[in-house]
Structures are given as structure tokens and as C-alpha cells.
Design a protein around this ligand. Structure first.
Ligand code: IPE
Ligand code: IPE
Ligand code: MG
Length: 257
């Protein structure tokens, strides 16, 4: 993938100071894309890869530092075994094929999710990709596989309980409690989600980054994931740049009145 392949003449200007630090995407709509074309659902998933490549390219071009993609949820294990197998194969395939190029482009790959539910071969591949790209810093591409927001919160809570039992922490102090809890999340040390994108028309979180998206701007579009591209990503960034984020405070224009 080339980071400069987008047509600069048609790309909108976006103030770099108003870029999100963390974009999270629920890549939904592959099945419906396929069904509309009388194709098997897995063909939709295959087609989704193109959109993934375009999104990574767009994030790099704009200078978004962290992109988290929801590839497979805790609940997706309930799909028919054939579809789960096909999704896992596709994931392995994409990882093997794209790794060289991602590494060459300075992309750091990380994975979040319940790894114990994945095959050992998949886990090894993920660990190798993480180790190989650990020194890259152009874009952090984080893939959520077998991930659920509730799983993440519960495993962080369990870690905190274990740590506290070993050596008591000052959990009565709200700041200590907050930071001690966050160190156990799969996303420890990362900025919270600024922009949460969901394609495919549904307006729900589907158990994605629940804690991390507490103050995210939510961007829902009907476009099915296989049709998402660089200009769709730019549109989302442009929309985000126009948001007034208050975080519970009053409007910045009213603050001095
Ligand atoms: C999203 O597409 C991909 C995954 C959940 C892995 P879907 O497979 O959910 O597509 P729709 O929602 O059925 O169209
Ligand atoms: C969310 O999509 C999960 C991923 C995109 C990986 P789903 O299609 O699984 O979500 P629901 O079932 O419509 O909520
Ligand atoms: Mg879906």
C-alpha cells in the first residue's frame, strides 16, 4: 500500500490540531453487501479487506496516530462454525500477506481481545507481528479479535482485585482507583477513543470499547463496510473536526460570561 496514493486535489483540508488521537471502527455490513449481490457472506468479508487497506492508508496520510479496528467480537463466536473458520482463515491470510508492507510503512501492530479463545497458531502469528513491528511509530494499528468491552472491563477488574490482594492499594482515593483500574485494560496507556465510527447502518456499540469510548464522538453511517474508502474516512474526520467537545463543562464561548 502506498501512503501517497490518494488524490490530493480532491482531499479536503483538515486542521491537524483537530484530528482525533484515537479512531475506533466497527466494520459492519459485509454480510449484507454480499447478500445484495447473491454471494456467500464470506465473499463480503473478503471484500472488506480492501476497505481495511484504504482506511489504514487514509489514517497514515492524515496522521491519525491510533486506529483500532473491530475484526471479531466476543459474541461473533456464536456464528456458524463455518463462518467463524472462514473469518479466522481470512484474518491469518491478511496478516501474513500484509505484514511486510505494514512494517515497511512504519505501522506498529497490536491486538486486543481474549487470546486464550484463539488457536495457538493464530496467537503465535499475532505475537510475532507485534514483536516485529514494536519499534514502528508512524501509525499504531490495533486489531480487536475475540474482543468485548465487558470482557475487557471484567479482566481489568480481576487484575485489580489480584494486585490489591497481593499488596493493598489506596483504592479509597478516586484517582488511584481510576488509574490502577485503567492499567489493567487491554488499551492501557493509550488515549481514549475520540472518534467511534460504525458502518452498516446499525446505531449500537455491540460491546466494542465501552470504557474507552465513554466520551467518544459517535459517527454512524449506512455505507456497508466493503464500500468504505479513503473519502469516507476523510468525511468522518471532517465531521469530527466540527464537533464541540465539552466533557461535561459549559460551551467554551459561554465560559467567560
Ligand atoms: C461485519 O460484517 C464483520 C464481522 C462481524 C466479522 P457482518 O458479517 O456483521 O455483516 P452484516 O452485519 O451481516 O451485514
Ligand atoms: C460488530 O458487528 C462486530 C464486528 C464488526 C467485528 P456485529 O454484526 O457482530 O454486531 P451486531 O450483532 O449487529 O450487534
Ligand atoms: Mg453485522
Amino acid at each position: 500500500m502506498r501512503a501517497d496514493s490518494h488524490d490530493h486535489d480532491t482531499a479536503p483540508e483538515i486542521d491537524p490540531a483537530r484530528l482525533p488521537r484515537h479512531v475506533a471502527i466497527v466494520m459492519d455490513g459485509n454480510g449484507r453487501w454480499a447478500r445484495a449481490r447473491h454471494l456467500p457472506r464470506t465473499v463480503g468479508h473478503q471484500r472488506g479487506r480492501r476497505a481495511v487497506r484504504a482506511t489504514i492508508r487514509a489514517a497514515m496520510r492524515r496522521g491519525v496516530p491510533l486506529l483500532t479496528l473491530f475484526a471479531f467480537s466476543s459474541e461473533n463466536w456464536k456464528r456458524p462454525v463455518d463462518e467463524v473458520d472462514a473469518l479466522m482463515k481470512l484474518f491469518i491470510n491478511a496478516l501474513e500477506k500484509e505484514l511486510d508492507e505494514l512494517d515497511e510503512n512504519g505501522v506498529r501492530l497490536t491486538f486486543i481481545g481474549e487470546r486464550s479463545r484463539l488457536d495457538a497458531s493464530v496467537r503465535r502469528l499475532m505475537e510475532a507481528a507485534e514483536a516485529r513491528t514494536a519499534g514502528n511509530d508512524r501509525l499504531q494499528l490495533q486489531i480487536a479479535v475475540s474482543y468485548g468491552g465487558q470482557w475487557d472491563i471484567l479482566q481489568a477488574a480481576r487484575q485489580l482485585a489480584e494486585r490489591h490482594a497481593r499488596s493493598p492499594l489506596a483504592l479509597d482515593d478516586p484517582e488511584t482507583l481510576h488509574s490502577a483500574f485503567e492499567t489493567g485494560l487491554a488499551t492501557a496507556g493509550q488515549p481514549p477513543v475520540d472518534l467511534f465510527i460504525r458502518t452498516g447502518g446499525e446505531r449500537r456499540l455491540s460491546n466494542f470499547l465501552l470504557w474507552q469510548a465513554a466520551y467518544a464522538e459517535l459517527y454512524f453511517i449506512d455505507v456497508l463496510w466493503p464500500l468504505f474508502d479513503e473519502s469516507e474516512f476523510d468525511r468522518a474526520l471532517t465531521w469530527f473536526a466540527g464537533r464541540e467537545r465539552r466533557f461535561g463543562r459549559v460551551d467554551s464561548n459561554e465560559a467567560n460570561q
